[in-house]
Design a protein around this ligand. Sequence first.
Ligand code: GLC
Length: 651
Amino acid sequence: MAMGTSEAVLQVFSGAVPCLFGSDPCFSKSDSMSPFKSHIKSVKKRGSRYMLKCSYMIRSHIMTHRLHGVGGGLYGNTSIHRSQLQSCKCQRADSVSGIASEAGNGTWFVDNAKKRNPINGVMDTPNVLEFQDVQELKPEMEGSISNGAVETARDTFVKVRVDSIEDEAWDLLRESMVYYCGSPIGTIAAKDPTSSNVLNYDQVFIRDFIPSGIAFLLKGEYDIVRNFILHTLQLQSWEKTMDCHSPGQGLMPASFKVRTVPLDGDDSATEEVLDPDFGEAAIGRVAPVDSGLWWIILLRAYGKCSGDLSVQERIDVQTGIKMILRLCLADGFDMFPTLLVTDGSCMIDRRMGIHGHPLEIQALFYSALLCAREMLAPEDGSADLIRALNNRLVALSFHIREYYWIDMKKLNEIYRYKTEEYSYDAVNKFNIYPDQISPWLVEWMPNKGGYLIGNLQPAHMDFRFFSLGNLWSIISSLATMDQSHAILDLVEAKWGDLVADMPLKICYPALEGQEWQIITGSDPKNTPWSYHNAGSWPTLLWQLTVACIKMDRPQIAAKAVEIAERRIARDKWPEYYDTKKARFIGKQACLFQTWSIAGYLVAKLLLSDPTAAKILITEEDSELVNAFSCMISANPRRKRGRKSSTQTFIV
Ligand code: GLC
């Protein structure tokens, strides 16, 4: 029998990874969960929702923190006296006034620029000053101009302007900090003082906090990240239900809110509670599959940056990692090693036709598997899990690199595909009909460059370009080196479409007409070239920067940052931009969107110290390369007719 990749034989792994896709004791759902749950004492049910109480609301004069997971408490066994408790009671999640801001450089411009608008309290910041403003305002610069050193004056102007944007961004980021029991634990999604329609933007979103957390780590402010990691871990083990159904153990919430509520049995006092949303209240009731994956990625970054490995070594944290892995690695009906998810399970959290095996989730999944492998303590009990993890890494990278990749050559191959191939060594394994190649793609694909498609299903390739998935595939080494360079080549070649007036398009192109009606359900927020439907999201700057640094092409990111700097602060840090060229602030975009602010800051910090990007990057390891080349040689497109032998794995 001819051997194809659908039945690749991986003898190289027969010893090391015996349980690929097989039933595996490590996936047993019954083990280890209940003891862990028993540590959660502070659950409060409100309707169908559960909350984590700030446990400093003591009965006697001393409080004991009850936020203890397995293996110790968030703050150790700290006791807090009543005097401290009083101020805790008054602490509101969104009350962050009085937070010491980073000592600014106190230049004339920064001081000038930070006047608050007396009417709405919004930072009234003329960040993009016209050149003549500078000449009027800055006596020091007059000297250089009168000396004829116009260039120098211009450089000084640009530097002052950029510094002031960064200073403003830091101030805003600090203002977005959310406190719980007096400690910072996250950042609010958006803090626009002029908007009354906040929906859930007053919550701490797990995915939104990642760039905030990275910015704080790079600044050497580790506490907020540590607190975030440990508090969200506590939320992970919640019993949550939607209409009597519970999602799998290990799911991390999409977001949480710190609420101040009356203390049970005492009307005169209040307490703080953490109120998570696992999707049961979210618009569309979407499951946040990406949250746990981001959590693992942030945990590794925290350890690498701070040098404090004690957090990832804690038993409760190790258990948390394993719970996420078990949930992701559990056997199901899947034929593919990619994670099968519903629409809206990631940054694109409403219907956009990305159900199935969307690239963004696969890239984060791969990244989280690598990060987890680095952090899991070797112990007898986790050998099976680690084996399953290794198997999945190989199968996943093979699957994505082989089947998601397109460039001119591959596109031409698809164009000439035979269909209806019933056999083990089919070339067109997924039975893709060449007519699916849309006219836009034929025009759009550059001669040099390529990318990973958005999704792959039987008889369906989603050819849209999704930025986050492609960038994170570079960062995590899910894409090969050649593919990674080709993705950046494509970003450069298609700059006018993907960056234009504001980086970066979330996807390209937009769904229009009947396709938009059917796929989005006529979603008025996702109209063509708006929001998730090919809107431009400044937060993606930080992922672009990490990817460019990894490939040693930081100048691409620097160019994008410069474009963003021209208007992002003047536009009040919008969540997203609309139109083909990103010319308008998004129709319903929040202003002062925290991850737009943090994304910009992370990009700046990394460009000024590219080596720091290593806290996010995972390099390909040699075992994976070996296994991968073994599978490539088994691919019928390259080689047909080898005989199979001992073990057979479906990839
Ligand atoms: C929107 C975005 C989502 C983000 C949330 C908070 O729902 O689609 O990705 O996490 O807003 O900013």
